[in-house]
Unconditional design. Structure first.
Length: 162
């Protein structure tokens, strides 16, 4: 998972200094997996009808992302969230993404599915950061958070309240 840690750092550096997002497929090509995927085009799927296993760090990271969004969900839904607030939320989510990339250790196939889900979170975060339809970026993240318990076996997951 050392490569995953490097990928997270590349992602954050790219967002911070270049103003554009390196796509996850580019990052995934550096990832040492038996089967690579294109996170932009692939759909999430179950493991032969069964949810994918998780580890404690995945639960922690996803819960932190959910809590960050949930805390702000009312002003997001009522369109009262300001551009600086979206940018601050995007920065907080990026911190949680780095945590996931550094700590989450899943089997290869589960990890590939997680990348598809996290790519959606990364897209939403970048959209909130850049200021291009920031509310739409938050909605992408909300949808990814709603998909998470449908595909990952997180027995302690608390559904997003809104």
């Amino acid at each position: 998972m050392h490569t995953v840690k490097s990928l997270a750092l590349v992602f954050i550096i790219a967002l911070t200094f270049s103003g554009f997002m390196i796509s996850l497929p580019t990052l995934a090509s550096e990832h040492k997996h038996d089967s690579h995927h294109n996170a932009q085009q692939e759909m999430l799927k179950l493991n032969q009808g069964v949810k994918w296993p998780i580890d404690a760090s995945l639960h922690t990271g996803m819960s932190k992302i959910k809590n960050a969004v949930e805390t702000n969900i009312s002003p997001i839904h009522t369109k009262q969230f300001t551009s600086p607030q979206y940018q601050a939320l995007a920065s907080e989510i990026k911190i949680h993404l780095v945590y996931l990339f550094e700590n989450c250790k899943l089997p290869t196939k589960a990890d590939a599915q997680l990348h598809i889900l996290l790519f959606k979170v990364m897209q939403g975060s970048e959209q909130m950061h850049q200021g291009d339809n920031q509310r739409g970026g938050a909605i992408k993240i909300i949808k990814a958070l709603q998909q998470y318990p449908q595909y990952f076996d997180d027995k302690n997951w608390q559904v997003l309240k809104h």
